[in-house]
Every structure is written in structure tokens, then in C-alpha cells.
Design a protein around this ligand. Sequence first.
Ligand SMILES: [Zn+2]
Length: 211
Amino acid sequence: MEAFIHADHYHFIQEQGRSIVQAKVQSTDKGVVQAVREMALEKIANKLSDLNDEQKQLLIDMKLIEDKEGLESFLGKLKPYVIPFPAVSEKTVEKAFPKVKKLKQPDLEDYDLQETVYLRWEDLGTNRTYMLIPKQGKLVGVSGFLETSVHKGICTICGGLSEVSLFTVEKKGRIRGTYSKKGNYICKDESACNHNIKDIDKLHAFLDNLQ
Ligand SMILES: [Zn+2]
């Protein structure tokens, strides 16, 4: 069986699995736990539509989750079927940022590509933050400045409450020499942000808003 689960959906399944474990801890009523289980499976089925029988079979093991260890083992079995973020070549990265000279390349070894919905890295020399965002089979490049100061807030990309910083993207205006700036608060921690993406829609809305 080929990989068929997108990273954001994998995170969604993780969240649903955690809700089952939590229900088990909080309730001794078997009916309640069963209801949470059924609901989790239904939500997953709605999100991951068009599954074949083999794929469904893999996910249905969610019914067997009893505790944290069970959840970990279930997720371990799913992981080989998560579609990794593409191992981009230097050329692909350069193509996404045609105007940037001396572009800093991401070090792909620093990432768990199966947990990566969008690729984000920093050039500490120029203080620039780069992103590659998958959209409609393409990778769209975004670059900007991420402030060093952090505060608690909602991240525009993942929608989670976390330690966020202001990310500013400059855009050339129609009149030569003019710029417009767009700022969004996003998770300071790239990995935490990726793990928190359970639906790619917010990431796409963030991207659309910049363009
Ligand atoms: Zn985030």
C-alpha cells in the first residue's frame, strides 16, 4: 500500500486518538468512551474521503486504542503511510525564490518530512525566514522577517494558541520604489506549528492573503 495520508490529516488523526485516550481517563462509562471512539472514526472518515478498503482497514484499528501506549503503537503503524514533504532539491528551492541572491538552503536532515506540512527555515545571517508551501501540486515560496519577541497568541497558519511572533512580508507596490507590508502572527517554533496543522486550509488562507 502506498502512502496516502497527508501530514495535516495525520495530525488530525493524532488529535482524535488523544481524545479517545482522554475519554478513557476521564470516564468509566464504557458507552461514553465508545461514543468518543465512533465519533473520532466518523470525523476521520469525513476528512479523509475516498479511502479504499485496505486504507479503511488500517484506520479502523483506532477502535482498539485503550491508552497512550496503544495510541503510540497505532500511530506508529500509520506513519509509513504518511506522504512526506518532498525532498526538495537546491534547484527547486532556488526556483521558488527567483529574486533572492545567495539564498540559504534548508537542511532537510533537520526535519521529519512526514510531519512537515510546510517547510520553514531561517537565514540567521540576513535574519530572513523562508517557507515553501504546497498548493495545487506546486510549492509556493514565501519569505519575510520573523520578529524575535514572542507572546501568547493565535497562530495564523495553524490556528493554535501558542508562542507567536510577528512575521512580516514585504511586497513591492505598483509604483516603483514603494512597498506594502503584511504582518501575521505565527508560531515562533516551526516544528510546533507544523505539528499543530490539522487542516491545510488556514495555511492556504495565509498564503492567499499575502498574494
Ligand atoms: Zn502555528
